[in-house]
Design a binder for this molecule. Structure first.
Ligand SMILES: Nc1nc2c(ncn2[C@@H]2O[C@H](COP(=O)(O)OP(=O)(O)O)[C@@H](O)[C@H]2O)c(=O)[nH]1
Ligand SMILES: [Mg+2]
Length: 292
């Protein structure tokens, strides 16, 4: 019997991890992120726009990043506990506070889920958000009685108002189930980002629900065949290369933070922040801004 279990687990695993992770070295990468400073741009921070289907884990991801930095469970981006519809309907910027009362030089925008054609955030609104035209508090919910066409638009966005990295959030257990409406919206948004040269990544959430190995031990994430397969599927469906896809397990039922979960989050964020900074530098260069 023991032999059978062994064979089964061999089938689920590669012999060697196919992506290297410095497990046990969370502090180093956290320190690197904490000392990150933007250079060569007039922007004071990078703006990360998080998009994806309802329930994909957008708000959880933003909370998880904050948890990892605070070393405790927080709930700034308000996760939808009932797993239902569009909990987040307003355009909101999330900051990560530091001990000295300031915040880190990267901020997140959480938006309403995309759903399909009829409901959910409109691709056009998200493209406006990306280009910096939405003001804080803009309401994506068109069925809301609060909605007015002229509410919440900005006419002259600064570099800081514009997205410097687009983050597509995809749940590992729902890739096959993502409907064409959502995929269509993601592609439209992605095209608009590509046209402007905005870098894009995928954060693949819920790896624990897609692979029993990972559910037991998160360090198996880059040994798991299932996870690689899911990431390849994400890559294929959205047309984003594998090295821009990061699996992350979000905090959802935990009461304490975990170094291995934090490491995956920090590694993903490190890439995001650096490609966003490169984009901003490029922008400044193109517009002849003074660089230092
Ligand atoms: N098991 C598991 N559940 C998650 C993960 N990320 C998010 N969730 C759960 O998925 C549900 C939807 O998450 P939420 O962040 O509200 O999704 P949003 O609509 O994209 O903002 C919540 O019940 C979360 O607790 C994850 O990595 N693993
Ligand atoms: Mg949400």
């Amino acid at each position: 019997m023991e032999g059978k279990g062994f064979n089964q687990s061999r089938q689920l695993e590669f012999d060697q991890p196919w992506r290297k992770m410095p497990w046990g070295k969370k502090d180093q990468i956290e320190q690197k992120l904490r000392s990150f400073r933007l250079k060569g741009s007039s922007a004071r921070f990078v703006r990360i726009l998080v998009v994806g289907a309802v329930g994909a884990g957008k708000s959880s991801f933003i909370n998880s990043v904050n948890n990892a930095f605070q070393g405790r469970i927080t709930s700034g981006a308000l996760v939808d506990g009932i797993g239902g519809t569009r909990f987040t309907t307003k355009y909101k910027t999330h900051y990560i506070k530091t001990e000295d009362g300031s915040h880190l030089p990267f901020v997140f925008n959480d938006i309403m889920g995309l759903e399909d054609k009829e409901s959910g955030a409109d691709a056009e609104d998200i493209i406006r958000a990306m280009n910096g035209f939405l003001q804080e508090g803009f309401n994506f919910d068109r069925t809301s009685s609060m909605f007015e066409m002229d509410l919440g638009y900005r006419s002259n966005p600064s570099v800081e108002d514009q997205t410097s990295c687009l983050v597509n959030i995809i749940a590992a257990d729902k890739i096959y189930l993502m409907n064409d409406g959502v995929i269509g919206k993601l592609k439209k948004i992605r095209q608009a980002a590509t046209d402007r040269g905005i870098p894009q990544v995928i954060i693949m959430t819920k790896p624990d629900l897609a692979c029993p190995l990972v559910q037991q031990d998160i360090r198996k994430i880059f040994i798991s065949k299932k996870i690689k397969e899911k990431m390849e599927l994400c890559s294929h469906r959205l047309g984003i290369p594998m090295n821009y896809i990061f699996p992350v397990k979000n905090y959802h039922e935990d009461i304490d933070t975990d170094d291995d979960m934090d490491l995956l989050i920090f590694k993903a964020l490190d890439q995001i922040v650096n490609i966003a900074a490169d984009f901003l530098k490029e922008q400044s260069f193109n517009y002849g801004e003074k660089t230092d």
